[in-house]
Design a protein around this ligand. Structure first.
Ligand code: PA5
Length: 440
């Protein structure tokens, strides 16, 4: 059986990789031995094995919600939502909503958009829906606000007792307002362990429950992650996480490539890039350092970002997420009149055109001074997404240590919250409130 494959040869030479290899291996050893900064957040390293005992329970909760509800609302932000959204969007039929497949999975608590919440409340009116509320801290404003609104609506529509059966909370074992609320109301809960940070939690109930609710095979996802955990123990030449961390750090340190674009040629991978951006952005962007994670969906964005990538400031590196085999076949038809001049494509699969666009883009970008790394997923399914998730997480830990930052904290995220609470006159923020108002 094939595995996810990484190719750095269009980005860096083997001599340069050989030179940085000891640094990458040393960073990996720090990660594995738990001797680095943030080492109290390494619970994700063995999660593919540790989570097994909970899979049946997660599946049975998902079954109940799927059977009883037309719509399942997943509430969460950042690491408490992006992993599940990435996997679900990658696997769902692109037109699932229009096809009316049930249950529909929708997301809330990832913004504070009043119109978004108004429209969601309207959608849920007189529909049987359930809520999965996910917040490790249990205190994050965006999901807490959405949870209060939707819980109130669910209780009004179903009655308080019936609503209880349709609410699941995923949060800290003991701390936080969500834990207090869930205990008091008697909701079904799952625990996010202390040693697993939000953006490394997709293989915990945080990601697995919403993915199972969408009808996908979480056992296969975990099998893929397990396989990648084994691969991540292999030597450099067979270890894509190590090679990726090494290559991107060479480009950053030695060539001034400050921005990495994760690009795909598969529209369903859009949210995989969003998940990846959070993983790398929050893990590496600190102490004035870090590769800026950006993304694009090709070929769509070649018609918007293509000019800049080809010809703009040369601070970009590119990492392609390529899918070797599509899950379906579409053959391009012959046309007698050939008025559009496309008969040279007749009889070919659409994917052949896409793959030539991918190859052509890679060559053009390399010629234009954009080093090109490439991951190939044999196909888009739970197993290979599981491999990819674990690989990116493991590489992120290595890369963060190569940059000499703590990849497992996110102190910078607090700054906007402090200002927002001060501006909203939250009790306890009186001093900040005075100070901030004086600046306005
Ligand atoms: O990766 C992280 O730790 C963050 O992105 C969090 O997941 C995000 O801020 C949400 O936090 P919480 O789950 O505590 O609501």
């Amino acid at each position: 059986m094939k595995d996810l494959h990484f190719d750095y040869t269009k980005a860096v030479s083997s001599e340069r990789v050989a030179a940085i290899r000891p640094t990458a291996e040393a960073a990996m050893n720090v990660l594995k031995s738990g001797n680095g900064a943030g080492n109290d957040f390494l619970g994700w390293l063995n999660l593919p094995h540790d989570i097994e005992a909970q899979i049946s329970d997660i599946e049975s909760t998902a079954r109940l919600l799927r059977e009883e509800c037309e719509i399942i609302v997943c509430i969460g932000i950042g690491g408490s939502y992006l992993g599940a959204k990435a996997v679900n969007e990658a696997l769902l039929n692109s037109f699932a909503q229009l096809e009316g497949s049930k249950p529909q999975i929708v997301y809330a608590g990832q913004n504070i958009g009043e119109d978004y919440l108004y429209e969601l409340q309207n959608l849920l009116r007189n529909r049987k829906f359930s809520i999965i509320s996910i917040s490790k801290s249990g205190t994050t404003t965006e999901p807490a606000l959405a949870f209060r609104l939707l819980k109130t609506q669910l209780e009004q529509q179903q009655g308080k007792d019936a609503a209880k059966r349709l609410i699941v909370c995923i949060t800290d074992r003991k701390r936080g307002a969500l834990r207090t609320l869930a205990t008091q109301e008697g909701y079904k809960t799952y625990v996010i362990e202390d040693n697993i940070g939000g953006r490394f939690s997709v293989l915990s109930p945080v990601g697995l429950l919403p993915i199972a609710c969408a009808g996908f095979d979480i056992r296969s996802l975990i099998e893929g992650a397990k396989r990648m955990q084994d691969i991540c123990n292999l030597p450099f030449d067979e270890n894509p996480a190590l090679q990726y961390a090494a290559s991107r750090n060479i480009l950053y340190r030695e060539e001034g490539k400050k921005v990495e674009m994760l690009v795909n040629f598969h529209p369903k991978l859009h949210y995989v890039s969003e998940w990846w951006k959070q993983l790398y952005g929050e893990s590496e962007g600190k102490n004035g350092k870090g590769i800026f994670p950006a993304s694009a969906d090709f070929t769509t964005d070649l018609h918007s970002m293509g000019q800049y990538i080809q010809d703009g400031e040369r601070h970009l590196m590119e990492t392609v997420l390529s899918v070797e085999q599509p899950n379906h076949e579409v053959i391009f038809p012959h046309d007698e009149q050939n008025l559009d001049g496309l008969n040279f494509l007749a009889g070919k699969r659409v994917d052949e055109v896409n793959k030539m666009a991918e190859l052509g883009t890679m060559l053009a970008h390399v010629d234009g001074g954009v080093p090109n790394m490439k991951f190939t997923l044999p196909c888009l399914n739970e197993y290979y997404l599981g491999q990819m998730i674990y690989m990116f997480e493991f590489a992120c830990g290595i890369s963060g240590y190569m940059l000499e930052v703590n990849p497992f904290n996110q102190p910078g995220v607090e700054a906007y919250k402090k200002n927002m609470f001060a501006l909203l006159d939250k009790p306890g923020y009186e001093e900040e409130s005075k100070a901030i108002r004086a600046r306005l």
